[in-house]
Design a protein around this ligand. Structure first.
Ligand code: FE2
Length: 252
């Protein structure tokens, strides 16, 4: 199995602060059946702003430590970008999930749709595929009343290669989730959402997305070993939900 979203690297964001804790997480993931983990530290301006090179160096160092301790877990590089007012500052230095064209992005609560659309369109122009992190935790995607996009987005009208999008904007309102599906975004589910770690409403949303075939990838979004214990990777329910996705989508 592959964990597509994990804050396992030490000292780069709000994940583990020591290598020992990172190694403990790696042991737990390996024991739960994971062979590969995408290390996706946050990229948030003025908060978690370490360089992509720092991420690569950290992976190299941790992979060496895992080899030394005989822990069979492959670490690959990535980032989790927050779609805020600063996102476009990083547009020429993006770090997609290693070996793929997927860019892991989080849509924060309180973000407005124009900014989301501008950011996602810029990602597409870079030839990358947006992967929406834990959509079940994004109120703008789970609350139908919020899925209204204003008509006046001249950007799309100026860019002829996105004819499909332009077509969408001839309507006064569209459903944001529907639009993300139409442009073939990937959707990453948090394992803890399925097991109820974030509460009943997130769990219900994740089950709805799962049943509707929206998810394409699964991740733990773990920040420490305590969290991994809490989401209980061996939970029957999570594994059975995950196996539904493994069978047809991007899972090993
Ligand atoms: Fe995350």
């Amino acid at each position: 199995m592959i964990d597509y979203h994990c804050h396992i690297l030490p000292g780069l964001d709000d994940g583990p602060s020591t290598m020992d804790e990172s190694v403990k997480m790696a042991k737990m993931l390996s024991a739960a059946g994971y062979s590969t983990v995408y290390c996706t530290p946050h990229k948030v301006k003025n908060l978690y702003d370490r360089s992509n090179d720092a991420v690569r160096r950290s992976i190299k160092e941790m992979q060496r430590e895992l080899c030394r301790q005989g822990i069979a877990l492959r670490l690959l590089a990535g980032r989790e970008y927050i779609l805020d007012n600063h996102f476009l500052e990083y547009i020429n230095d993006l770090m997609p999930l290693e070996g793929t064209s997927y860019l892991l992005i989080e849509i924060p609560s309180g973000s407005y749709q124009g900014m989301i659309l501008d950011s996602i369109t810029a990602i597409l122009h870079k030839g990358l595929t947006p992967m929406i992190a834990h959509p079940e935790r994004c109120r703008i995607l789970t609350d139908q009343r919020n899925n209204i996009i204003p008509k006046s987005l001249s950007f799309f009208r100026r860019n002829s290669i996105y004819a499909k999008m332009r077509l969408e904007y001839s309507y006064q309102h569209i459903d944001l989730l529907e639009w993300l599906l139409q442009i073939d975004c990937a959707f990453q589910c948090n394992a803890g959402s399925l097991s109820g770690t974030y509460g009943r409403s997130v769990q219900k949303a994740s089950q709805r997305f799962l049943n509707n075939g929206i998810y394409t990838h699964l991740g733990t979004d773990a920040h420490d070993s305590f969290f991994l214990e809490k989401i209980n990777l061996n939970l029957k329910h999570v594994n059975s939900c995950a196996s539904k996705m493994y069978s047809s989508l991007a899972f090993e």
